[in-house]
Design a protein. Sequence first.
Length: 313
Amino acid sequence: MTAAQPTHLIDRFLAHLERERRLSANTVSNYRRDLARALGVLQDGGMTDWPGASAHDVRLLVSRLHRQGLGGKSIQRLLSALRTFYNWQIREGLCQQNPADGISAPRSGRRLPKTLDADQVGQLLDTPGAGDDLLSLRDQALMELIYSSGLRLSEVLSLDVDTIDFADQTLVVTGKGSKTRHLPVGTPAIQAVKAWLERRHEITGASGSTALFLSQRGTRLSPRSVQDRLARAARQRGLDGRLHPHMLRHSFATHMLESSGDLRAVQELLGHANLSTTQVYTHLDFQHLAKVYDAAHPRAQRQPGGDDSEKND
């Protein structure tokens, strides 16, 4: 086979997906990207044509992609594309077996969310911003509210001016799955929201909107605007790294779990449908405890990775 034929076979397969299976342009594009990536790696390993590839070749493909840093989910998607491609080849009489059958991607470690520690939260929320200008008051209320009640970005932006009960210091929010939560609101957040509401009317068109948080144009604040403003606030207050809204929610969850140890309560506050989703914060909590242990315990002078005798225990 000539070097061009493997690519030509991909083109024929993609045409089949478009014309016979009527898949969307985006889906076909994903197939093209994954198969082109697989082809490049397989050819580097000595494969000359698709029908001649073996299960061993596919295992080497997975190994190489993993070493290149491709995540388990991405490799699994590529393998799925490869299996579909080979099933089509079998149907067309181009090969006898599917070398990708029975081969799975390596499991990816669960990525832990980034959080701020208590001192960093204090640095963010207690450090004066750009004075008492209107947008700074709004941003302060936003940050306080997200951290106070562990809100998702979509949840805080959905709040209306009558959402918060200032007497009871509670709010009602509708989260994922249209599930409603009644949440407590801390005193600093209540004060920050009140300070914002006292001047919210200065926004053009504010009287015609029920949204709690408004843009300068009088429309409900957008997610991108919040992301940009929070990143700006973090830079102004000397925090390293990029602050995003979910980092405040993750910090809320971690600090609540560290202080209370009540996983079920944290699950309810966050609005997680499954406890397993909340359990990711137990790993963060353990990391915190391990650091405290290493710093405080008189016989905790552990070497990274331990010595050779410990590795075989």
